[in-house]
Design a binder for this molecule. Sequence first.
Ligand code: XMP
Length: 520
Amino acid sequence: MAATRNSIFDDPFYQPADKFFPANTKIGLTFDDITLATLYSEILPRDTHLETTLADGLHLHIPAISADMDTVTESRMAIAMALNGGLGLIHYNMPERQQLSEVSRVKNHVHGLIQEPIQIAPDQLIGDVLALIEQKKFGFSTFPVVDAKGKLVGLLSGHVVKPRYAAKKVSEALTPRQQVHTITKKELGKDPIARADKFFTEHIGIHKLLVVDDDDHLHGLITMSDVERITQERKAQFKPARDAHHHLICGAAVSATRNAFGELDKKRILEHVGGLVERGVDVVAVSTAHGHTKGVGDMVRVLRDAFPKLPIIAGNVTSAAGVEYLADCGADAIKVGQGPGSICTTRIVAGVGIPQMTALYVCSRAAAKKKVSILADGGITKSGDIVKALTLSQAVICGGIFAGCTEAPGDVVEISGKLYKQYRGMGSLAAMRTGSAARYGHDKNPTQKVAAEGIEALKEACGSVDRVLAQLIGGIQSGMGYLGAKNLEQLREKARYIRVSPAGMREAAPHDVVELKTGN
Ligand code: XMP
């Protein structure tokens, strides 16, 4: 059995966390500064389990969270994350009422039902529809047609949305209401996918089913391709993350709102969080740039007292003292990361922040003592970074990786033939003006004099979250296979680290070749 044991020759080089990090106290290390050593393994990547628990009653099937940023997570992203087994945190750069309805959308999401299909009006021209498709880069061209009151008038089918008909009115080209296949919400029943699947089998050649209410108002659209994809996915390894009532899980960021006297506006905060809880929110995140502060601690205490069972995420911190403080205030999961984010300038502007692996190690030891979990927030650019982060944390929070996805808020823009989406820091001047100034300790209406701690940027459009997560999960499972770790707990126990030289870093990426295709 010698093969399964560690060798004495390895031990001085490849060290477990509690030896490696204390031996590197004089330097802050981040993902690319270290690499993980392989270990004897009987585990195939596909047999690894990625479940993680962030708090009592808050379980994910994959350890991935989309960041509470206004160019990353609204309901569409949160739905996609939960469907893949993860979690989305809805940002707070929007009116409180809007955030409540974003949460409701996730909680009431019926898988396979496009609840707000793009609709067009009968008096529009086919040319207008073509322009809309071009402008929004839609990958489809069939649209329900509704009147001003939202009543279904017909269906504009893709085969008439052609430049030759550009001058014709939609009303002349549509398939009229009587010929459009519809179903009522009630008829969809408890398993809408099974019901729609049956419908498509019974109606040869029909690929779209519209959902209406008793007054013929449009309430959604089900497509055969979605139904087929979902039926396939039901056999998938990673199930959607759902609550006890089978609804998708959803988180929301909340801000430490202050009144005119600069005190925490408890009444308003409790009203807002009460509204979120009523709508079924599974976790709230008190998101600030500096979480080890009286203001954030007070906010967490207020929420913990008022909602004893509500899972609370709080942050951000990079010290053990910060973790201990927030845990004592009542937080269940603590965000670790100050300045590692791809759009962050905190380290440059304020000169503070700790490279992520060192911060995670220090925080993880305090978290274990306090029995809270930690979330590695920011700086992740590849699946290997996630594997490294998960050796010290319960889940990762990513912004940049998801910001180019179709499900992220914002339109696609074309520059020199390439497609991009906007991605901006919540501490950028533009985002702070929209509401996130408090997160960075500034006034509601920041002026140019305020030092922004984030930039505005673009991310290349990268397709669906499903695709991106499939790549990331594949990488995580591969890393676990190399370490012989069946689950994330074993990954944390087994990880052994070594520092990497700059030459070692160069060696790690493709080199000395002409790259024809990137790995992803
Ligand atoms: P990534 O690297 O995934 O980072 O793009 C996302 C995380 O970055 C944090 N964040 C900021 N940090 N200035 C900062 O210093 C900012 O403007 C900013 N906006 C977001 C946040 O923790 C997020 O999850």
